[in-house]
Design a protein around this ligand. Structure first.
Ligand SMILES: N[C@@H](CCC(=O)N[C@@H](CS)C(=O)NCC(=O)O)C(=O)O
Length: 219
């Protein structure tokens, strides 16, 4: 079993935190960018991460994470309490539905035309939408170190990589950190970033992201 990903990926990093926390041996191989021509045979959508297991390919980071949990090896990253489990899934879903599209607003055109400066209005719109999504998370967090239940869960695996990415992205474009004025989210981010499994993966994300963001400019 192995995972195909790419350096700095906020989605691949979900699986990386989970794998580290469970102490299991699932190698994560980074593809060159652009991806090899035959990659779409593994995932027709053309996105990483993809889990390769027994010659079969499973895309979508959250599906991969849930599959790895279902295998049952290592400590569980899902709360036992049904309500906390639902809370964990809600935070992940709220992030995906209401926060991540704001980042895609920026990344999608840039992917087609790398190096082209972002329009200032687009950057501001992206940050505004991102903050609107984050305010939903702010309303649900309980002020604890981790997102739910006082221990590391799949919610932290999903939330921490993009929050970290946003702390590098928006300042690079001359804008303030997107959640500095959201006390629970800011405290959550600072506290969970000290978890050793999270901190290791954020540290691995940083160099490729800094390299990618070095070319971002705002027109
Ligand atoms: N919903 C997907 C999103 C995956 C995704 O957007 N992956 C990015 C890397 S962070 C990617 O593969 N980008 C390559 C491209 O857009 O060409 C998941 O959760 O796995």
């Amino acid at each position: 079993m192995k995972i195909h990903s790419v350096g700095g990926s906020r989605y691949g990093s979900r699986c990386a935190i989970q794998i580290g926390a469970k102490g299991i041996n699932v190698p994560i191989e980074h593809l060159p960018v652009p991806f090899p021509e035959d990659f779409r045979r593994k995932n027709p959508v053309g996105l990483v991460p993809v889990l390769e297991v027994d010659g079969k390919f499973l895309p979508e980071s959250q599906v991969i994470c849930e599959f790895i949990e279902d295998l049952g090896d290592g400590p569980s990253l899902r709360p036992r309490d049904p309500f906390l489990l639902a809370e964990m899934r809600l935070l992940i879903r709220q992030y995906e539905l209401y926060c991540d599209p704001a980042l895609m607003l920026l990344y999608a055109p840039w992917r087609d035309q790398p190096g082209v400066p972002f329009a200032k209005a687009l950057v501001e719109e992206s940050r505004t939408q991102f903050r609107q999504g984050l305010s939903l998370l702010e309303q649900r967090l309980d002020g604890g170190k981790y997102a739910v239940g006082g221990t590391l869960s799949l919610a932290d695996c999903a939330l921490m990589p993009p929050l970290f990415q946003s702390t590098l992205l928006f300042p690079t474009l001359g804008l303030d950190l997107p959640f500095a004025d959201m006390p629970l989210l800011d405290r959550y981010f600072q506290a969970t970033a000290t978890d050793p499994h999270v901190s290791l993966v954020l540290g691995q994300m940083e160099p490729p992201l800094r390299e990618m963001f070095a070319n971002l400019r705002c027109a």
